[in-house]
Design a protein around this ligand. Structure first.
Ligand SMILES: [Zn+2]
Length: 72
């Protein structure tokens, strides 16, 4: 698992497609600019899961809050 140093996206590999479509440069230009891509040995699935749960909770409370705001 790799993490893109430019946008922080997790991916299986740094692809030409990602460099071009997300950052508008080819792979060697990308590496020249950002250096070697960070390799994540253990994908933090537990942390990610926890983060997703938290995000969902935050989103739900935001939705409730805006519902209260607009219900009047
Ligand atoms: Zn990227």
């Amino acid at each position: 698992m790799f993490r893109c140093p430019a946008c922080g996206e997790y991916m299986e590999a740094l692809t030409k497609f990602h460099c071009l479509s997300h950052h508008g440069m080819n792979r060697s230009e990308f590496i020249a600019k950002y250096g070697r891509i960070q390799y994540i040995f253990h994908f933090p699935s537990k942390e990610l899961e926890h983060w997703l749960q938290e995000t969902t909770t935050v989103r739900q409370s935001l939705e409730n809050f805006s519902r209260k705001l607009f219900s009047k």
